[in-house]
Design a protein around this ligand. Structure first.
Ligand code: ADP
Ligand code: 5GP
Length: 183
């Protein structure tokens, strides 16, 4: 099974994905996307993302390397490489995708029953702002852009197979465990 995780930025999607990676050793692996944004904090090329230039990104589009890609924020491109699914499945693991909401809907459409799409829902927009500010790695301008986008993303929750409300963290982990055990 392939799991597609989507959420407005700051909802706790990385926290959920990390929970699965930490608690089910050797069962899951995260697909590494390409992005044209700069690395943040401790991020490393080839671990969180393949950080590439806009020209390299364009070349990869022309080469048909992406299963999907999006201009997630103005001027910033993110894309999922077809090769990542092969790489992870050949290693005998289940693929986790952490993509934006539009990308997740596209991936689910392409992968069909091979994938379960999971929407991580924040308890409120105010809490989303607090989490983004608390994380301390995103500029105030980008926080505003992300919050503006969150409003429309929440409206797309209905297209997902499962919704996990990330209010109390422990409770959210339990909901997620129940989903992966159910599959
Ligand atoms: P995303 O990957 O969706 O952008 P993160 O997983 O980075 O979000 O979470 C955003 C911030 O909120 C992080 O600082 C994280 O530790 C915190 N966080 C995640 N889940 C919760 C929760 N249930 N309660 C409080 N803080 C949380
Ligand atoms: P961040 O810059 O916070 O790492 O990611 C911003 C957004 O881009 C997140 O919602 C993340 O899930 C999304 N994203 C990361 N990789 C991809 C991808 O390959 N495709 C799409 N469509 N979105 C992605």
């Amino acid at each position: 099974m392939i799991y597609i995780f989507c959420a407005p930025s700051g909802s706790g999607k990385s926290t959920m994905v990390q929970h699965l990676l930490n608690n089910y050793p050797n069962l899951f692996e995260l697909s590494i996307s390409c992005t044209t944004r700069e690395p943040r904090g401790q991020e490393v090329h080839g671990r969180e993302y393949y950080f590439i230039t806009p020209d390299e990104f364009k070349a990869r589009i022309e080469n048909n390397d992406f299963i999907e890609y999006e201009q997630v924020y103005e001027g910033l491109y993110y894309g999922t490489l077809k090769q990542e699914i092969k790489r992870i499945e050949q290693a005998g693991r289940q693929v986790l995708f952490d993509v934006d909401v539009k990308g997740g809907i596209n991936l689910k459409r392409i992968l069909g029953d091979r994938a379960t799409s999971i929407f991580i829902c924040p308890p409120s927009i105010e809490e989303l702002r607090r989490r983004l500010e608390g994380r301390g790695d995103t500029s105030p301008e980008m926080i505003e852009k992300r919050l503006a986008k969150a409003e429309t993303e929440l409206a797309d929750m209905k297209y997902f197979d499962r919704v996990v409300i990330n209010d109390d963290l422990q409770h959210a982990f339990e909901q997620l465990d129940a989903i992966v055990k159910g599959e």
